[in-house]
Structures are given as structure tokens and as C-alpha cells.
Write a protein that binds this ligand. Structure first.
Ligand code: IPM
Ligand code: MG
Length: 361
């Protein structure tokens, strides 16, 4: 069966890291006859430069026709002065919304080889394995009304709307509860129910939905406490579920527990497990074009794609094992480098993973 993948490298380090992941997928494709076909498109600033919009029609049709979307990153200083409606981020948000990718899985796993790279003490983070489930197509990111208006006294006022309907909360709750069932069956729902009505409803609906999953132990936590607990004692968490903006913030914090944001993949799924896969880090314009970015988050996103959308479990396992072996071999990009290890470039890291895959034949 062919698997059509829309490849959208985007901006900054996006093209460099996506090249490495494609290299890895191509290797597996020939090893295992996976039937993967790639089609490239533009998104974000790269699309704006070419078509005057960060989210061209062609890209949307390409993504819709594909079985999965594979994305690098968007954004950069070059486009920061554009009107917000034309910024690269709008391309990414448009794709998430158009494809209804409401369930965003952000695993934060600490590889034992990288314990030293975390800024937290080894005993706090070693063995860390958290799954953050972030609602991705609702909440304050998409709520209306939004904008900047001029008040009667001439002062400008910015406003956004935090809004969640019951059905939006219920579907992400189901998603997270099902993921918890496949893990250690503990789910912590993060909200700000002591202040925001919208998240009070969130808590009520999550609690109600969880009744259908009696094997999952549900707890609730306010977002400020969750941020603190993530750096105080992160191993208390198994699965966390939260709204779009809280998930954006907490997943960056969780990323640093693992040593480098360059290690974290993500999957954004719709109701049928069609998905978009991307590293959780951004386009890192400061290091773009230098060949020093860590491609492992992107390569691990390819593994998530094989696992979640294509159900190619063995292929996904092979990628994860190859990454593990590359780390065992002490090969490191700059972000996870420590003395005595072999410092490599972006493409050398990709080559190492490919070489590990080939050894496994
Ligand atoms: C992320 C990013 C995006 C977000 C940006 C680039 C729009 O930070 O995927 O976490 O805020 O969702
Ligand atoms: Mg973010």
C-alpha cells in the first residue's frame, strides 16, 4: 500500500532537519518496502516569499490528499514585521485547524545517555517518560472575537477569547484517556478552574468522560502548580491533558527536562489518526544554515508517524532503536554535547542513524 507523505520543511532549520528524517525514512523504505512516497510543499515564511501567503491553497490540497504531513518548523525574524495574518505561524495554525488535528501528543522521554544534558539533577529526571496531550485546534489560539480595538478614550485594547465547547473537551479527554490506558493508566488534567469558567467546564467534562474509563486514575491540577511540579518532581506524571495554550507552555518546560528541546517529537492527530508530525522545537533562526541543529526530534517524529498513522510498529521501533544506538555510540550534536563525546553536524547525525538502521538488516 502506498503511503503518501506531504513534506513541508518550512523555515530556519526546518529544511536541514527534515532532510535528515527523509534520509532515514528512505533507508527504511528500501529495507522494508513500506511504499512511502514524498511530495514537497511550502509552508510558513518560505511560502510567503513564494506566494505572498504563509498557507497557500496548493499546500492545503497537498496536505489533504496525503496520508500524513511531515513538517519541519516555521517562522523567523525576516517575517516578524508582517501583519499577524501573514506571519509564518498562521500557516502552521491553518494546517492544524483545516485538517482538524485536535489531539497533539508530545512525549517527553529522557534517554538515559542524556541524563547529564538536563539542567535538573539526575535523580529528578532519570527514567522520565511523560506524555503531554495538548488540545490543538481550539481554546484561546482560535477563539473569537480577537484583535486590537480602539477604545472611546483613544487607547488601544488587545483582546482574545478563551473558548471550549463540551464536544471539543470531550474528544480530547477521550484521546488522552485512551493513551493513558496504553501506558501507566494515570491521567492528570491541567486547568485553571479556580479562575476561568471555561476551564471549570473543562474539569467537569473531563471528569465525566473519565467515568467511561474506570481503569484510568484521573487527577486534576491547576496550571501554575503543574508548571512547578514539572520541574520539582516530574516523574509523578504519566499522561497530562490540557488546553492549547497551557499545553504549548508546559511542553516546552517538559522538553528541557530531557536535556534538549532538540530531542522531542510530536504527533497531531485527527479523529481517524491521520496526522501531522513535527518536532516540538521551532525554526531556530539563530543556528539555521550552520549544519549544527539536532535532527533527532524530527527523526523521532518520523517514528511516531509510522506508529500512529501507518501502524508500522516494527519500522517505528527500528528508528527509535537506531537513535538509541547512535546515542550509545556517543555521537552528539552541539545541543547535547559533553566533553569526550563525538561532536557531529546535523547531516552526520542523520548518517549515523541511517548507518545504525543498516546494521540492523
Ligand atoms: C508549538 C509552537 C507553535 C504553537 C507556534 C510556532 C505557532 O510554539 O508548536 O508549540 O504555539 O503552537
Ligand atoms: Mg510551542
Amino acid at each position: 500500500m502506498t503511503k503518501k507523505i506531504a513534506v513541508l520543511p518550512g523555515d530556519g532549520i526546518g529544511p536541514e532537519i527534515v532532510t535528515e528524517a527523509v534520509k532515514v525514512l528512505e533507508c527504511l523504505n528500501s529495507q522494508m518496502a513500506l511504499g512511502i512516497e514524498f511530495e514537497h510543499g511550502l509552508i510558513g515564511g518560505a511560502a510567503y516569499d513564494e506566494y505572498g501567503t504563509p498557507f497557500p491553497e496548493q499546500t492545503l490540497s497537498l496536505a489533504k490528499a496525503a496520508d500524513a504531513v511531515f513538517l519541519g518548523a516555521v517562522g523567523g525574524p525576516k517575517w516578524e514585521s508582517l501583519d499577524i495574518s501573514l506571519r509564518p505561524e498562521k500557516g502552521l495554525l491553518g494546517l492544524r485547524s483545516e485538517l482538524q488535528l485536535f489531539s497533539n501528543l508530545r512525549p517527553a522521554i529522557l534517554y538515559p545517555q542524556l541524563v547529564y544534558a538536563s539542567t535538573l539533577k539526575p535523580e529528578v529526571v532519570s527514567g522520565l517518560d511523560i506524555m503531554i496531550v495538548r488540545e490543538l485546534t481550539g481554546g484561546i489560539y482560535f477563539g473569537k472575537p480577537r484583535g486590537v480595538r480602539v477604545l472611546e478614550n483613544g487607547e488601544r485594547q488587545g483582546f482574545n477569547t478563551l473558548v471550549y465547547s463540551e464536544s471539543e473537551i470531550r474528544r480530547i479527554a477521550h484521546s488522552a484517556l485512551q493513551i493513558a490506558q496504553k501506558r501507566n493508566r494515570r491521567l492528570c488534567s491541567v486547568d485553571k478552574a479556580n479562575v476561568l469558567e471555561c476551564t471549570e467546564l473543562w474539569r467537569e467534562i473531563v471528569t465525566d468522560t473519565a467515568k467511561l474509563y474506570p481503569d484510568v486514575q484521573l487527577s486534576h491540577m491547576y496550571v501554575d502548580n503543574a508548571a512547578m511540579q514539572l520541574v520539582r518532581a516530574p516523574k509523578q506524571f504519566d499522561v497530562m491533558v490540557t488546553s492549547n495554550m497551557f499545553g504549548d507552555i508546559l511542553s516546552d518546560a517538559a522538553a528541557m527536562l530531557t536535556g534538549s528541546i532538540g530531542m522531542l517529537p510530536s504527533a497531531s492527530l485527527d479523529a481517524n489518526n491521520k496526522g501531522m508530525y513535527e518536532p516540538i522545537h521551532g525554526s531556530a533562526p539563530d543556528i539555521a544554515g550552520k549544519g549544527i541543529a539536532n535532527p533527532l526530534a524530527t527523526i523521532l517524529s518520523a517514528a511516531m508517524m509510522l506508529r500512529y498513522t501507518f501502524n508500522e510498529i516494527e519500522a517505528a521501533d527500528r528508528i527509535e532503536q537506531a537513535v538509541n544506538n547512535a546515542l550509545d555510540a556517543n555521537v552528539r550534536t552541539a545541543d547535547i554535547y559533553s566533553e569526550g563525546m563525538q561532536k557531529v553536524s546535523t547531516s552526520e547525525m542523520g548518517d549515523t542513524v541511517v548507518a545504525e538502521l543498516k546494521k540492523g538488516i
